[in-house]
Design a protein around this ligand. Structure first.
Ligand code: PMP
Length: 362
């Protein structure tokens, strides 16, 4: 099959083997004579999918036994509200480190549904490099591990003033792309449509002793504890999304697990950043090396008039969705788990050729 190279920030590329498996399952699930779309969610075939999905997430990320793995419909933004509704206790506040678009939105939502305190706010091109002060009444320290729009990625946990912080992290755009120590977090969550499936579902990994704090007025469907108690089956779940995430978990494992995903991510992003750095009179705006995301490479062209032709010519060569987020403009190449290194090589060859044709780097 002739497939385009899709540099979109999400939904993003999926492995052809997974797409084919879904295609087969839509018509006839495992030869059972019915479609995955018709599958009952309280019968053994779906229970098997859910069990495999959960156990693969647990083993891929080495999730300790005192954590619950939940799957919540509603995608990423739903968690912006669910985090404070489930974790802010009476009289206290959710603490937010604001490094870009998605952490800002999360902090605004927390203010809307609960009480919020901004612990640190940057300019969208930086991350805290000093110790972040955390007041006593902050129930947690929230940060977005990878800012999809701005192109920054934390290289480790932020340094904070308190001894035993409850870190909560949005890992939507770097989930399953590297190993990390789950036990250092109170909760991590990810909308799954970048590295781990299709839109409309979030995976939440939360330490069990943090559950049960939601007020009685919180709707059942927004209460993590309800998901924990019902094995994420509190209502009719989006079966296809669960199945797709399970197939993606299988794929990550077959490919060598999250350490291998990290190796590939570093290789891909290093190749692209070095191309940008080598042509830095033409391609500009790349972030400082110490905050650069391995997933979303944000840059632009010095001559703004060339951005549109760049995006169009790349698309004509089969490389689509290279325009930056509508709020920031410029260019962005998202390099998630499924993106082959050859695709990034092709992009860098095109970039050199494009810069050459426009008067530079012959
Ligand atoms: N957080 C991050 C880091 C994201 O990149 C996105 C989506 N691009 C979201 C949250 C929101 O996810 P959704 O569109 O599924 O609500």
């Amino acid at each position: 099959m002739d497939r385009l190279i899709n540099f979109a920030a999400g939904p993003s590329m999926m492995p052809e083997s997974v797409l084919r498996k879904i295609q087969d399952s839509i018509l006839n699930y495992e030869g059972q004579g019915y479609s995955i779309l018709e599958m009952m969610h309280r019968k053994p075939p779906f229970e098997a999918i859910l069990l495999e999905l959960k156990s693969r997430v647990k083993s891929l990320l080495n999730v300790p036994d005192d954590y619950e793995i939940l799957f919540c419909p509603g995608g990423g933004k739903m968690q912006f509200g669910m985090v404070p509704l489930n974790l802010v206790t009476p009289g206290c506040r959710g603490g937010y480190i604001v490094t870009g678009t998605w952490s800002r939105m999360a902090s605004e939502e927390a203010r809307r549904v609960s009480r919020e305190v901004t612990l640190w706010a940057g300019n969208g091109r930086d991350l805290p490099d000093e110790v972040v002060e955390v007041p006593d009444d902050a129930d947690y320290v929230y940060f977005c591990d990878n800012e999809t729009v701005d192109g920054t990625e934390f290289q480790g946990l932020p340094a904070v003033s308190c001894a035993d912080p409850v870190f909560v992290s949005d890992m939507s755009s770097n989930f399953m792309s590297r190993p990390f120590d789950v036990s250092r977090f109170g909760a991590i969550w990810a909308g799954v449509q970048k590295n781990f499936g299709t839109a409309g579902l979030a995976c939440v990994i939360v330490r069990r002793n943090l559950l049960g704090n939601a007020a009685d007025t919180v709707p059942q469907m927004l209460n993590w504890n309800v998901y924990a108690k019902s094995n994420s089956l509190q209502n009719t779940p989006p079966v296809l999304q669960f199945y797709t995430a399970m197939l993606m978990a299988r794929w990550v494992e077959e490919q060598g697990g999250v350490a291998e995903m990290d190796r590939r991510a570093k290789e891909r992003s290093a190749l692209l950043y070095s191309a940008i750095d080598d042509m830095q009179d033409f391609y500009v705006g790349a972030l400082p090396p110490e905050v650069r995301s391995r997933m979303n490479v944000v840059f632009t062209i010095a001559d703004k008039n060339l951005i549109k032709p760049f995006v169009e010519e790349a698309a004509a060569q089969g490389m689509i969705n290279l325009a930056g987020h509508r709020s920031v403009g410029g260019l962005r190449a998202s390099l998630y788990n499924v993106m082959p290194i050859e695709a990034v090589q092709k992009l860098t060859v095109f970039m050199k050729d494009f810069a050459g044709r426009h008067g530079k780097f012959h």
